[in-house]
Write a protein of this length. Structure first.
Length: 166
């Protein structure tokens, strides 16, 4: 007996083309803020004003579908200490999750960190630890994370701090 496999969503969206990951510019700040709002409202991301996205646009990578300008996902890398960077504001639009966009963003972020000779990439997550573990992150031991960043984490959120070498 032959059975048909359950169809999976297209790897990179309905257009079938790979995603385009690029560095954000100042002009992308409003779209990054708008994209992140649903995640801020749900509690998945810490609240950040449009001013943050304007001031830190250069820290962000974003992903769009080929031929599109809408933001499908984003993340930012902030250099906190010599050799250590923090990955934050990582979110992929709900309708586009599970299609490899987050993995493409993370690969680009790690490549960026490697090119800048970063020794360790840190992140804090309240619900995405399994995703990060699939990509080589492990729980960061006490005192390993950049002190100023770790001290700013809200203990009420129950974040798990993870790290990996780029």
């Amino acid at each position: 007996m032959i059975t048909a496999a359950t169809p999976r969503p297209p790897l990179y969206g309905t257009d079938g083309l790979p995603p385009m990951v690029r560095r954000a510019g100042l002009h992308d700040a409003p779209a990054l803020h708008a994209h992140s709002l649903a995640f801020i409202r749900s509690g998945a991301l810490r609240p950040r004003s449009i001013d943050h996205y304007l001031a830190h646009a250069g820290e962000f990578l974003l992903v769009t579908g080929r031929g599109r300008t809408s933001v499908l996902g984003c993340l930012a890398l902030s250099d906190e200490e010599e050799g250590a960077t923090v990955l934050y504001n990582f979110c992929v639009a709900r309708g586009n999750q599970g299609q490899g966009l987050g993995a493409a963003l993370l690969r680009a972020a790690l490549a960026d960190a490697r090119s800048r000779l970063v020794r360790e990439v840190f992140t804090a997550t309240t619900s995405g630890a399994a995703f990060f573990r699939r990509h080589g992150f492990v729980q960061a031991g006490p005192g390993r994370a950049p002190a100023a960043w770790a001290g700013a984490l809200d203990p009420a959120r129950g974040s798990e701090v993870l790290s990996r070498r780029p």
